[in-house]
Design a binder for this molecule. Structure first.
Ligand code: HEM
Length: 340
């Protein structure tokens, strides 16, 4: 067997093991016959449960699912925006809805990387509805977790079960959100950033697959087109035809450009094939295929849509457990944009 094929086989089996591990529904470590070091993210979080709202707000998932369905039917592009909103929430102080706090100039929402986030009003709308049905019960962090799962499924991505019981944070600082990656970083920077969230390099490559849908503002990538390491230069690693399109299209920095240039509205693993063809919109995506720590994974995912689907689901479950607050570590906000 060729070395590359062998490498891909090894990666696939590692991914499948990780996927089973990250799956809340199949997790059955208690039957392991010998002692193993269980990664922290696999340990059950005290205070989170699938049935958390069963008695206090049994209709909560239905209300959220209907609202998300309506929104996506009206405007499909919100699917991607809500997924990104969740990443930005979980990346800073964990999945505690800190991104939703609206404290002009000082909260995360006002940081540079948050500029093009969307979906805040939609979350507030759902919260208002839930406050009518089950007052002071469902946290904004849990609402966001359910919304993102439903939005992912509504646009053709995988479904996963969500454990609830997250509490809302009281702190949100814009300077902390300034560190959220925007595409100009090195792979080492990204691996370290993800490690600080309790996520692995495998999670990084898989979660970046969310860029199979959605948009970037041209402003975020113009430096690659007109001023790359010197005035008038464009990034020579971009496919020439794609460069040609981008340099013409992105003359107006306020325009939005699809992150996946070939199948922009389909939740699939073609995103990784684009990267192999030097058609990654963000510089760091292109680096994924050059760096020896991530390139074999890109290769494995590029041609295995099912593997991507399954792994994305597992990685989102893992993301949803990032540094969550439970019990009296936080509150249930009455309004998602303000602390109580
Ligand atoms: C780890 C490194 C990441 C980098 C460098 C990155 C960078 C970016 C950038 C620059 C944009 C476009 C922003 C704009 O100009 O409007 C974007 C959009 C997006 N990102 Fe990421 N991202 C990362 C990780 C993630 C993760 C982990 C997820 C989700 C799990 C995600 C989901 C999305 C989605 C869905 C969009 C499209 C949003 C829309 O259409 O409104 N990203 N990202």
């Amino acid at each position: 067997m060729k070395l590359s094929a062998l490498l891909i086989c090894i990666i696939c089996s590692l991914l499948i093991t990780a996927s089973r591990a990250g799956d809340d529904t199949n997790n059955n470590n208690s039957s392991a016959p010998f002692a193993v070091d269980i990664p922290a993210y696999l340990l059950p979080i005290d205070g989170l449960d699938f049935d958390y709202y069963m008695k206090t707000c049994p209709g909560m998932e239905g209300i959220i699912a209907n609202k998300v369905k309506e929104l996506i039917a009206k405007d499909y592009t919100y699917g991607a925006s809500l997924i990104r909103l969740y990443f930005h929430d979980c990346a800073v102080r964990g999945c505690d809805a800190s991104i939703l706090l609206d404290q002009p100039e000082t909260s995360e929402k006002y940081a540079g990387p948050s500029k093009t986030l969307r979906g805040f009003e939609f979350i507030n709308e759902i919260k208002a509805e839930l406050e009518k049905q089950c007052p002071q019960t469902v946290s904004c962090a849990d609402i966001l977790s359910a919304v993102v799962r439903d939005a992912t499924t509504a646009i053709g991505g995988p479904y996963w079960q969500v454990k609830y019981g997250r509490k809302d944070g009281r702190i949100s600082r814009s300077e902390e959100a300034e560190a959220i990656p925007m595409g100009r970083e090195s792979i080492t920077d990204l691996i370290q950033y993800f490690q600080s969230m309790g996520l692995s390099p495998v999670d990084l490559v898989i979660l970046l697959g969310a860029h199979t849908i959605g948009y970037s503002s041209c402003a975020s990538i113009r430096y690659r087109l007109y001023n790359y390491q010197g005035p008038g230069n464009c990034d020579p690693t971009i496919d020439p035809q794609y460069t040609n399109f981008l340099t013409r299209y992105c003359q107006d920095p306020t325009k939005k450009v699809q992150l996946d240039p070939t199948t922009p509205t389909i939740f699939d693993s073609v995103y990784y094939q684009n990267i192999q063809k030097n058609m990654g919109l963000l510089e760091v995506e292109q680096k994924l295929f050059v760096d020896s720590r991530t390139a074999p994974l890109v290769k494995a995912l590029a041609n295995q849509p099912d593997l991507f689907y399954m792994q994305f689901r597992a990685a989102m479950v893992k993301l949803s457990k990032t540094l969550v607050l439970t019990k009296d570590e936080g509150e249930v906000r009455l309004n998602c944009s303000a602390v109580n």
